[in-house]
Design a protein around this ligand. Sequence first.
Ligand code: XIL
Length: 340
Amino acid sequence: MAQLAKPRGKTIGTAYRSTYAQNDPCYREVALAEFDSLTTEIGTMMNTVQPEPGVFDFREADAVADLAAQHHKDFQIHSLIWDPLDQLQWEIVPSAIRAMAPDRRHQLMIDSITTVMKRYAGRASTVTVVNEAFDQVGHLQPNAWWDTTHNDEYIFDAFRAARLADPTAELYYNDHSAETNSDKSNAIYDLVKRLRDTTVEVDVNGQTVARPLIDGMGFQGHMLGGADQQPNISDIESNVQRFAALGVDVRFTELDVRVPVLNGVATVADLDRQRLVYNMMTQVCLNQPRCTGLTLWGFTDKRSWITDYPDSFSGYGAATPLTDDYRRKPAWKGIADALR
Ligand code: XIL
């Protein structure tokens, strides 16, 4: 897959979790054979990297970073600041951190970003600094990070801290259901524009330079592939284009395409519709000069958050381009055909 993407100037990568490879060498081998970038699926989420206030655990993130370095893969960090209010049971923000007074929680946010960014400085190519700050109608989510400033100032503070800690990494804002033009993507567009218009002075090779706070916009790309669920591609293209026109890179950062399943099995017709969605999303990226590529949020149906959380995705599954036993589904051909 990566071999096809490279001549097209795009990086195709996957989310990666080292524990999945422990009893399943295939997981690691396929990831390394087919993808050019590895993104921490959980390694840099706060509950993994800082399970208690001030107590860091880099084992999972290091495992992904080291594997990437050994195999000359691009290493990408996902989601330093995230508090999904609709999935509080995941405890991405550990309860002891949620319980802190807002001013102390704000300082912890800055310290956490600084610590993780400095550890991977020079190794991480791109970093999702803030994830999912908005709700579906474009209002700021009243999450544990918002609660430290009660406006979007916390987002600016987060990006400033990230830039100062590692002036070389590409910094991204990331969100879901923002692929098309909508109230939500309008609000994100406004935020990204203001982040782009705000600079911070950093030291690069002994020189002080003013850098904008943001470099990229990540569209998660958790798509649906069933009948009457095909995405409106021209809508996606025009939305992605307006972000690119701000001078930032864009990327589909968590691409997967879930389809209706019965006992985990999708119909032949739905798998073919899924192929088309993967094909079209790849095409959107190819047609957009500022699109750096695609990251798949898992590459085998054996290891996908869609199948891991059946309650969240009742009746849907089979979202990745490889089967449980790593055989290529039509979706794989959908991506490859676009890249050829
Ligand atoms: C998911 C991971 O895939 C799971 O392993 C983890 O338990 C929870 O998070 N949007 C995001 C990703 O930005 O970080 C989420 O990943 C999926 C939704």
